[in-house]
Design a protein around this ligand. Structure first.
Ligand code: GLC
Length: 800
């Protein structure tokens, strides 16, 4: 079963059947203003804070056919009545002759033909602007003249998104609308919660004159809301009722007559939805996007943003689905996670003021370094400023207020109030940023600590040293780092005193990065000290964490092992095998053995499971992992985030065939024909897929906002294709399927542009026999950073 197809030349995925198994969404704008649009035109729009400044009411749990946030109705005048439908299919569900939803980069375009009326609607947020624009073009494709009206509608939410759902007394008493007449018969509808009247006003307007309007949902739907969104009773009357809501469920509906369209004739309409502090500020900018031509210009600017974002790295391999992901969809998803972290999606609903996670954003940063280094740096500064003086980090924070919290750990007095991994991701992210940009000055930048006591601040380097210092002094009985409330796996919540192998490996990898960095910046004492710490941890891992065929993952406070062949459930964890390899703790033999165990025990045709076998029932002594049935999420599900770690480890161990097979089996583009089982968008990675212990094996959920995006991008570009920034140069060290003759890539780094051609005449998986830079042979495979703004031709020949 298929719901659409990829159009790589246009950088779009085109949905041709609106009845997808779940809504397929796309992101527009940025966290500063924007949100997501579903493929039937519904939209969840926020300004800066999805929890506390939400604009449209989009309740994702309601049935797919429901009105969600926004829509457009068209009505055709026929003798004696009106024929009403939505060009977005939802909420009227009228039969269509044609339906296409173009999921583009930063825009969604819905093209449909219903009853001979073609609509072409482009939905986007212009770059640098705080408004959602919908550019609508309606064309009469029938052979008779038709008289048409357009009725765009928005449903507002209270700005406090959770309050909207929990309080039906206060919320409706605060909601108010106003009407403001613009030139030429156009109308601007204003909406606010009373307390925001002078600070935050939502507005909605259309470029055509409006003959009437409604702002009260009750009036628009009619008969005390026994009229429905599918059939609003007001649309059967000549005009809307011009309701000006002083309470209740506020909407913005405008009736814009399009007049009589002759066969072949078109009419265009632009709508704008935004929020400003005052009417004056709203008015100031409306005329800038009022005309279709202005919107097309803004669309061109959006396209050029994406041109420059994507051109930093483009690849051409024998695998079309891999090219499509690495060139378009995966970097776009990385930009999305950078912006929205885990804040706002169809699945992560952004209620409350939880904010964004330290570990999540630190990893997200690593996926955009070449394309958006300034955004990455800005987020790194925020992250480091919620690190505590002891080196550990606050688990989550609101990026606007910068108020940080300890996360779920707050619920248990008898447990640690930190996570043993958060701060270590910060080290990896900063080092990756420096490798990409060479911005050594950043290390000297003074950044505050999250504390009122001393030290109040320190340099970035100081932050990094304190991070590894924290883990160093926080080891348990076996010398491994103590598990915090959890480590990366949020759902392993063991009694205080447990130890975590993953934290040991993250610590090891952070130390390796710092050893190298300190060597480079003339801090040999630090480099030496970190080398001693690294060796110590390496020895502890070798002594306590090997289980015979693979690595164990935890030792609980009583000394019992988790992730051991002795366990009935949770015998083996995938990240517990990948990370000792990535951190360099595993010998060659153990690396191979551990990775072979992953293949044997955790691999399925839909991806690698996080762990196996699943726990069969709730066990509070293990924590969150046992809240899921076996095969779901962290309890033995295919948790995609860990797949790229295994892929990276395989490439480090030379496993080019398996790394690629693992890549292939979770590439969403390859699921396009498997939608009866998979269900989610084929153009982004989901967070999880149900595994083979679950009756719905293969079902994906929680698409878009997952660390899978950054790590699959890193795994694909830096480890399979092997183009990897280091402090000293661009390493080219591919680990590819032997069948490939080679591949090409373009990569910008530190101002220069590298055209890289990799040849694989001997059909090996790994190994570089010769490198030529601009026609001259190079010793080794570390391409120097030229920093000359010029183009360079690199030819890499793989071989023994
Ligand atoms: C979710 C969380 C992430 C965590 C992962 C594994 O993706 O956002 O922070 O590491 O689950 O539990």
């Amino acid at each position: 079963m298929k719901y659409g197809y990829f159009d790589d030349a246009k950088r779009e995925y085109i949905i041709t059947d609106p009845k997808t198994p779940v809504k397929w969404i796309n992101y527009i704008g940025t966290l500063a203003f924007g949100g997501f649009v579903d493929h039937t035109g519904g939209a969840l729009i926020c300004k800066a804070d999805p929890a506390l400044n939400r604009i449209t009411k989009y309740i994702s749990q309601m049935p797919a056919s429901d009105f969600k946030g926004e829509t457009l109705y068209l009505r055709r005048h026929t003798s004696g009545e009106y024929c009403v439908f939505s060009p977005f299919f939802v909420p009227c569900l009228a039969p269509y002759e044609r339906y296409e939803c173009h999921v583009g980069l930063g825009y969604t375009r819905i093209v449909s033909t219903i009853q001979g009326i073609e609509s072409d609607v482009t939905i986007f947020v212009p770059r640098g602007s705080a408004r959602e624009v919908r550019l609508v073009k309606v064309t009469n494709r029938s052979d008779q003249a038709v008289k048409l009206d357009a009725v765009p509608v928005v449903e507002y939410t209270h700005f406090d998104a959770l309050k909207q759902l929990t309080n039906a007394d206060w919320v409706p008493q605060t909601m108010q609308s106003q009407v403001h007449n613009l030139e030429d018969g156009r109308i601007l509808l204003l909406q606010y919660a009373f307390m925001r009247r002078d600070t935050g006003i939502n507005y909605f307007t259309a470029s055509l004159p409006a003959s009437s309007y409604d702002t009260d949902r009750k009036k628009f739907l009619g008969e005390n809301e026994y009229g429905t969104w599918a059939n609003p009773l007001s649309l059967q009357k000549a005009e809307l009722s011009n309701s000006v809501a002083q309470r209740g469920d506020n909407i913005a509906a405008l009736l814009a007559p399009m007049g009589v369209l002759q066969p072949g004739e078109s009419c265009e309409l632009v709508t704008q939805l935004g929020q400003e502090a005052s009417l004056e500020l709203a008015l100031a900018d409306i005329e800038r996007f009022n005309r279709p031509q202005q919107c097309r210009q803004a669309m061109a600017e959006l396209a050029s943003f994406w041109d420059s974002y994507l051109e930093k790295q483009q690849v051409e391999t024998p695998d079309a689905a891999l090219n499509s992901m690495l060139n378009i969809h995966n970097p776009r998803q990385c930009y999305t996670t950078l912006n929205w972290s885990r804040y706002l999606s169809l699945y992560q609903l952004g209620y409350g003021s939880r904010g964004i996670g330290f570990r999540d954003s630190a990893q997200d940063v690593m996926g955009v370094l070449a394309a958006a280094p300034a955004d990455a740096k800005a987020l790194l500064v925020k992250l480091l400023s919620v690190q505590k003086p002891d080196g550990s980090a606050m688990h989550q924070f609101n990026p606007l207020s910068m108020i940080a919290e300890v996360g779920d750990s707050a619920e248990r007095d008898d447990r640690p109030h930190y996570y043993s991994d958060d701060h270590l991701w910060g080290v990896l992210a900063v080092c990756a940023y420096i490798k990409e940009t060479g911005d050594m000055d950043f290390l000297n930048k003074e950044i505050q600590y999250y504390s009122k006591s001393e030290p109040k601040s320190g340099t970035v380097l100081d932050h990094l040293c304190r991070a590894v210092g924290f883990t160093r002094q926080d080891s348990g009985q076996h010398g491994l780092p103590r598990l915090g409330f959890a480590d990366w796996n949020d759902t392993i919540n063991l009694a205080t005193g447990a130890e975590s192998l993953l934290s040991a490996c993250l610590y090891g990898q952070a130390l390796r990065e710092l050893i190298d960095l300190c060597g480079l910046i003339g801090e040999p004492d630090k480099a030496e000290q970190f080398a001693v710490w690294y060796d110590e941890m390496s020895a502890q891992v070798a002594r306590h964490a090997w289980d015979g065929d693979w690595y164990i993952s935890y030792i609980d406070a009583d000394g019992a092992l988790l992730g051991s062949h002795h366990n009935a459930a949770g015998q083996i964890y995938a990240y517990g095998q990948a990370w000792p390899v990535i951190a360099g703790f595993a010998s060659e033999a153990k690396a191979r053995q551990a990775l072979d165990s992953v293949y044997r025990m955790l691999n399925t045709r839909c991806g690698i499971k996080l762990s196996a076998p699943g726990f069969q029932g709730f066990d509070p002594s293990k924590g969150g992992i046992t809240t899921y049935p076996p095969g779901a999420k962290e309890n033995g599900g295919i948790f995609l985030h860990v797949n790229p770690w295994v892929i990276i480890a395989e490439t480090l161990a030379g496993g080019g065939e398996r790394a690629y097979a693992y890549y292939l089996q979770i590439n969403p583009a390859n699921k396009n024909d498997l939608m009866e089982e998979y269900e989610c968008e084929p153009y982004v990675y989901p967070q999880n897929i149900l595994a083979d212990e679950h009756p719905q094996f293969g079902l994906a959920r929680n698409s878009w906002l997952s660390g899978t995006a950054t790590w699959m991008y890193q795994a694909g570009t830096q480890y399979i294709l092997g183009i990897r920034p280091t402090y000293r140069g661009l390493l080219v060290d591919p680990c590819i399927p032997a069948a490939w003759d080679g591949f090409k890539a373009q990569r910008s780094a530190r101002g220069a542009k590298y055209f890289i051609e990799v040849r694989n005449p001997q059909h090996v998986n790994k190994g570089v026999a010769a490198v030529e830079v601009d026609g001259k042979p190079l010793d080794g495979n570390l391409i120097p950073y030229f920093v000359d703004g010029a183009q360079h031709q690199i030819v890499v020949t793989m071989g023994e």
